[in-house]
Every structure is written in structure tokens, then in C-alpha cells.
Design a protein around this ligand. Structure first.
Ligand SMILES: [Cu+2]
Length: 147
């Protein structure tokens, strides 16, 4: 009986460790028209904590979300969502994650996800990344706010 109780207590501990009570779900819409203009992620600058879920939704057609390889925390592999499909960005490692929509990258359709409170290990690298001019125009103010 005592042994069963211990096993139960361990299972509860493991469950709590896997899914922190504070884990949040953050939704980013992929839109043809938003407050910041045409072809936008909304919101475009997102702050998350490790273990949160960042969900990119195809609110309008003809978009995708994928990581910008030069704007990822050290050791994080690039990931890519399909066209017109939801994309869930894995945010386990702290740092900055640059996101683009492939068809509208040159039109400035980019987002930035800051995971953790900073300072991000890849802040300098992310600021140094070369982006197409319209993408850089939207990304630069977000990188200025990012820590
Ligand atoms: Cu797009």
C-alpha cells in the first residue's frame, strides 16, 4: 500500500515537470492585411517562456511560417511549416527565433519570438543577420526591443 502511494506521488511529480502550470499558448495570425500593413504576422513580436506553445495560424490563405536559419538560438535546428497549415514553433531553448513567410519574405512578412527574459545568446547574431530590405524594415524595430 505504501509502495503504491510512492509510485503515484512520482507520477504526479513527473507530470508537473513536463508541463509547468505557467505554460502558455500564444497565437500568431498570418494575415493579408493587418494593423502594420499588408502581409503580416500578428502579433509580429512575441515573448514566450521555454515550454510555451507558439502557434502560427493561417488566418488568410497563401502563407506559411518557417524559421530564418541565421536567426536561431545556438544549437536549434531550422523548422518549417507547410503552406496554409498551422505551424507550431518548438520553443524549448531560450533565445531569439526569426520567423518568415516564404512567399512574402521579400514583402516583409517576418516575426520575432523571444524565448526567455534575455539576455539572448544570439542577440548580436540576430541583429547582424542579412534580411531582404522590407523584411529588415519590420525586423529592426523588433530586434531593438528584444533582449
Ligand atoms: Cu505570407
Amino acid at each position: 500500500m505504501a509502495r503504491l502511494f510512492l509510485v503515484g506521488a512520482c507520477a504526479v511529480t513527473l507530470t508537473l515537470a513536463a508541463a509547468p502550470a505557467s505554460a502558455k499558448e500564444i497565437v500568431v495570425h498570418m494575415k493579408n492585411q493587418g494593423a502594420a500593413g499588408a502581409m503580416v504576422f500578428e502579433p509580429a513580436f512575441v515573448k514566450a517562456q521555454p515550454g510555451d506553445t507558439v502557434r502560427f495560424l493561417p488566418s488568410d490563405p497563401s502563407h506559411n511560417a518557417e524559421t530564418i536559419p541565421t536567426m536561431l538560438p545556438p544549437g536549434v535546428a531550422p523548422s518549417k511549416g507547410q503552406m496554409n497549415k498551422e505551424f507550431v514553433l518548438p520553443v524549448k531553448a531560450p533565445g531569439l527565433y526569426g520567423i518568415k513567410c516564404m512567399p512574402h519574405y521579400s514583402m516583409g512578412m517576418v516575426a520575432l519570438v523571444q524565448v526567455g527574459n534575455g539576455p539572448s545568446a544570439n542577440l548580436a547574431a540576430a541583429r547582424a543577420a542579412k534580411l531582404p530590405p522590407f523584411a529588415a524594415k519590420r525586423m529592426t524595430p523588433m530586434l531593438t526591443q528584444a533582449k
